[in-house]
Design a protein around this ligand. Structure first.
Ligand code: NAD
Length: 436
């Protein structure tokens, strides 16, 4: 017979260090535990996801053949409120990646002081290989499979890599049809017509821009004199670049996506690039017809450009031991989740490069997801200006708290954000007590 203790240790997060991002997040989590001298029992609770679900997602392709994909939903913690976290469709999705992302969501919601725990989901699939109808069937079947553990007061998904408002709409419709009534609060990041929130589409990028400008202010630097490189030109990267350029006057000199990068010391044509991506769904920067003053660069070259600010906003593990000593930016703002490995973080710290960590910098999406959920529960909707004011307040307050904690404890911003988050999550667990 397997004793409960054995069973627990088999599923503890720390038993699954194979994913780079999971290993990185756990190392940082452990550093926060030590810094807080946290009770070992509380450490064990935080170290382990509350619930994990692996599902088979069979769909019929348009040609009549059947394919089976694997999906996941991991609920890391509900100590501070319902679990919250996005859904990713990507071939690299596996259980370890989802575990790491779910843990980051718990910490991110705690840093922003939202009444949420953390979760994440995903399907291991390359959506570029599916037709629209196949993608819809995949989304609906995945929604139906994980529905037993979801709920507006249990676990509320949202968009992440390769998922968007349209996919959120199919998801919400599936749950509503099965439950027999309208359930807008089941998911956030929906289109406006279905209970989405004004200001959600650009919220993560706007949050990244707000944190960037807060950092610059502390350093006494003028955004209008700053050069910026952005890796990733999807939901986060595109809006971060556009808002930093159009609202704060930064010069975006480099931009990239999975296909390639573009560079110009004079500044890339941000608005024209945004229009191009907006008007040509599914296309990439390599099909943008670059004129004379734009150079084509690789993603590796983009990361090491001679810029003031670097915004990794694509996927995890991009700044590693291999390239950390070549990074030239003075400030890094993590739009993506887990873009910097543990070793790279140390190198950057030693080199005096300031890093705004993911759990602080890219919280804008979940902040406005929270506002969307509140609006759906009340059936009462906010103006875009109110949403943006609230978002700005939360981002600035979180930044201020993390910055002060970092200077009080003489640690970097990531360590401070982890300490702040772990303290809040541990407090909730202690106050609830351990059932039964
Ligand atoms: P997205 O799918 O909209 O865009 C991803 C972008 O990254 C695309 O331009 C893609 O071409 C590019 N990309 C993918 N693989 C790449 C690679 N190997 N090298 C370079 N570029 C690559 O996804 P998104 O929603 O913008 O998410 C980007 C990151 O931000 C992820 O780490 C995600 O977890 C994180 N994030 C997203 C949100 C959100 O609200 N969407 C919130 C917080 C954090």
């Amino acid at each position: 017979m397997v004793s409960p203790t054995n069973h627990l240790s088999q599923t503890a997060l720390s038993q699954h260090p194979s994913s780079g991002m999971l290993a990185t997040a756990l190392s940082q989590l452990n550093a926060a535990f030590q810094s807080l001298e946290l009770d070992e029992g509380l450490q064990a609770v935080i170290n382990q996801p509350e619930r994990e679900m692996t599902v088979s997602v069979p769909i019929r392709h348009d040609d009549g053949s059947i394919a089976v994909y694997t999906g996941y939903r991991v609920q890391h913690s509900s100590a501070r409120g319902p679990c919250k976290g996005g859904i990713r469709f990507h071939p690299a999705v596996d259980l370890d990646e989802v575990r790491a992302l779910a843990l980051l969501m718990t910490l991110k919601c705690a840093v922003a002081n939202l009444p949420y725990g953390g979760a994440k989901g995903g399907v291991s699939v390359d959506p570029r290989l599916l037709t629209t109808f196949e993608l819809e069937r995949l989304t609906r079947r995945y929604a139906a499979m994980i529905m037993p553990i979801l709920g507006g007061k249990r676990d509320i998904p949202a968009p992440d890599v390769n998922t968007n408002p349209g996919i959120m709409a199919w998801f919400m419709d599936t749950v509503s049809v099965i439950q027999g009534h309208h359930v807008p609060e089941i998911i956030t990041g929906k289109p406006l017509a279905l209970g989405g929130s004004l200001g959600r589409i650009d919220a993560t990028g706007r949050g990244v821009a707000i944190i960037t400008v807060e950092m610059l202010q502390r350093l006494g630097l003028d955004p209008r004199e700053m050069t910026v490189a952005v890796q990733g030109f999807g939901n986060v990267g595109l809006y971060a670049a556009s808002i930093l350029h159009n609202e704060y006057g930064c010069r975006i000199v480099g931009i990239s996506d999975v296909s390639s990068g573009l560079y110009s010391p004079l500044g890339v044509p941000v608005n024209s690039l945004c229009e191009f991506i907006g008007e040509n769904a599914g296309s990439y920067l390599d099909s943008y017809s670059a004129n004379g003053h734009l150079d084509r660069i690789t993603n590796e070259e983009l990361l090491t450009l001679d810029v003031d600010i670097l915004i990794p906003a694509a996927i995890e593990n991009q700044i590693t031991e291999r390239n950390a000593d070549q990074i030239q930016a003075k400030v890094i703002v993590e739009g993506a989740n887990g873009p910097t490995t543990f070793e790279a973080d140390r190198i950057l710290h030693q080199r005096g490069i300031l890093v705004a960590p993911d759990i602080l910098a890219n919280a804008g999406g979940v902040v406005v997801s929270y506002l969307e959920w509140v609006q759906d529960l009340q059936w009462f909707f906010m103006e875009e200006r109110e949403v943006q004011l609230e978002l700005t307040d939360v981002m600035r307050r979180s930044f201020q708290q993390v910055w002060s904690l970092a200077s009080d404890r003489s640690v970097d911003l990531r360590a401070a954000a982890y300490i702040l988050a772990v303290k809040r999550v541990a407090e909730a667990i202690s106050q609830r007590g351990i059932f039964p």
